[in-house]
Design a binder for this molecule. Structure first.
Ligand code: NAD
Ligand code: TYD
Length: 349
C-alpha cells in the first residue's frame, strides 16, 4: 500500500523542488500536489515529473473547507507538507487580507481536516509546516535567530506566518497533532517568480531595466539555495522530532547592495557585457515600509542533529541560478507576460 502525502503549494518556487525531490526519491509514496495556481503557481515548473505514476496534481484552494475535507476523506493523507502561502512581503503591504485568509485560515482548514481524520490514531502521521525566519522580526547589527528567539513579526506577511505557526503548535498541544515546523531564511534558485530580489534583478539585467534598490541597500538577508532547502525538508519530514521546530539557513549573510554587485558582475561576465554595465542600472528607490534590517539564522540545531549543511557556496548557487534563467528564457518570458497561466488549461482540461 502506497502512503499518500499531500504537498500544498507544490506549483510554487520551493514547493516544486520539494515535489520533485519526493516524487523522484520515494516510489512508495504517492504525492498529491494541491495548488490554487495563483499568480505564483506555475505548472511549467513540474513538466519533468508530471507524468510519473506516483504523482497527482489537483487545482484547489486550501481555504476551501469542503474540498479539503473531501480530499482527506478520499486520499487519507498520512503526511502533509504545507507550503501553500502568499509569500511576498511587498504584496502583503498592499493587500494584507489575502495573506490572513490563505496563510492563517488555509493552514487551519488543513490542520482541522488532518485532526478530524487521525485524532484517534496519530501513530506514523506527520503535519509539516514550512515557515520563515521572518516570524522572528528584525535583528540589529549582531546576533542570530535561534529556535527559541521570541516571535516579533513586522510585516503582514510575517505576522500571518507567525500566526499559522502558533496554530500548528496549538493543535499539537491541544489535540496531540504530530507536527514539525521549520523556519527558513531567504531562498534563491531556479523557478523563483521574478518579483523577489534575485530573479527580479536577473530579469531586469537581461532586459537592461533599472534595478530598484530599496532605501540605502544596507539591509541584510541570509541566502540559501532552494535545493538545499528541499533536502532539509525531506530530512525533517522523516527525521525531525515530533512537536519540534528547526531553523534552516545558509550561514550566508549579504547586505543587499553587496549581493547586487556580485550579481551584476556575474551577469556581465555571462552575457559578455563589459564589467560595470549592469551596476549602472542600480537605482535607489523609496524604502519598503517596516523594512526589517537584518535576518540571520543559527542553523546549528539541524546541523548537529542531522549533519545537514548547505551543499553549495553562494557564488556557486548564484552562478547555477543565473545559468538556469539564461537557459530558460522561455519560462521567464511566459512568466513575465502571463502565458504560464494557460498551461493548466492546455494540459489538464
Ligand atoms: P511561492 O509564492 O513561490 O509559491 C506559493 C504557492 O502556493 C504557489 O504555487 C501558489 O499558487 C500556492 N498558493 C497560494 N495560495 C494558495 C491557496 N489559497 N491554496 C492553494 N495554493 C495556494 O512561495 P515560495 O517562495 O515557494 O514559498 C513556499 C513556502 O515557503 C511559503 O509557505 C513561504 O512562507 C515559505 N518560505 C519561503 C521562503 C522564500 O525565501 N521564498 C523562505 C522561507 C519560507
Ligand atoms: P525579497 O526578495 O522581497 O525577500 P524578503 O523581503 O522576504 O527578505 O527582498 C530581499 C531584500 O531585497 C529585502 O531587503 C528587500 C530588498 N529588495 C529591494 O531592494 N528591491 C526589490 O525590488 C526587492 C523585490 C527587494
Amino acid at each position: 500500500m502506497k502512503k499518500y502525502i499531500l504537498i500544498t503549494g507544490g506549483a510554487g518556487f520551493i514547493g516544486s523542488h520539494v515535489v520533485r525531490q519526493f516524487v523522484n526519491k520515494y516510489a512508495n509514496y504517492h504525492i498529491v500536489n494541491l495548488d490554487a495556481l495563483t499568480y505564483a503557481g506555475n505548472l511549467e515548473n513540474l513538466i519533468d515529473i508530471e507524468k510519473e505514476s506516483n504523482y497527482t496534481f489537483i487545482k484547489g484552494d486550501i481555504t476551501d473547507e469542503i474540498l479539503i475535507n473531501q480530499l482527506f476523506k478520499t486520499y487519507r493523507f498520512e503526511g502533509v507538507i504545507h507550503l501553500a502561502a502568499e509569500s511576498h512581503v511587498d504584496r502583503s503591504i498592499t493587500d494584507p487580507l489575502v495573506f490572513a485568509k490563505t496563510n492563517i485560515l488555509g493552514t487551519m482548514v488543513l490542520l482541522n481536516a488532518f485532526k478530524n481524520l487521525w485524532k484517534n490514531n496519530w501513530e506514523g502521521k506527520r503535519f509539516y509546516h514550512i515557515s520563515t525566519d521572518e516570524v522572528y522580526g528584525s535583528l540589529g547589527e549582531t546576533g542570530l535567530f535561534t529556535e527559541t528567539t521570541s516571535y516579533d513579526p513586522n510585516s503582514p506577511y510575517s505576522a500571518s506566518k507567525a500566526s499559522s505557526d502558533h496554530f500548528v503548535r496549538a493543535y499539537g498541544e491541544t489535540y496531540g497533532l504530530p507536527y514539525v515546523i521549520s523556519n527558513c531564511s531567504n531562498n534563491y534558485g531556479p523557478n523563483q517568480f521574478p518579483e523577489k530580489l534575485i530573479p527580479l534583478f536577473i530579469n531586469n539585467i537581461i532586459e537592461q531595466k533599472p534595478l530598484p534598490v530599496y532605501g540605502n541597500g544596507k539591509y541584510t538577508r541570509d541566502w540559501l539555495y532552494v535545493i538545499d532547502h528541499a533536502i532539509a525538508i525531506d530530512l525533517l519530514y522523516h527525521e525531525g522530532k515530533n512537536h519540534d521546530t528547526y531553523n534552516i539557513g545558509g550561514f550566508n549573510e549579504w547586505q543587499n547592495i553587496e549581493l547586487i554587485k556580485v550579481l551584476c558582475q556575474q551577469m556581465d561576465e555571462k552575457l559578455g557585457r563589459p564589467i560595470g554595465t549592469s551596476e549602472k542600472l542600480i537605482t535607489y528607490v523609496k524604502d519598503r515600509p517596516g523594512h526589517d534590517l537584518r535576518y540571520a539564522i543559527d542553523a546549528s540545531k539541524i546541523n548537529k542533529e542531522f549533519g545537514w549543511q548547505p551543499s553549495v557556496t553562494f557564488e556557486e548557487g548564484l552562478s547555477i541560478t543565473i545559468d538556469w534563467y539564461l537557459k530558460n528564457s522561455e519560462w521567464l518570458q511566459n512568466v513575465t507576460c502571463g502565458l504560464y497561466q494557460d498551461y493548466y488549461q492546455k494540459q489538464y482540461k
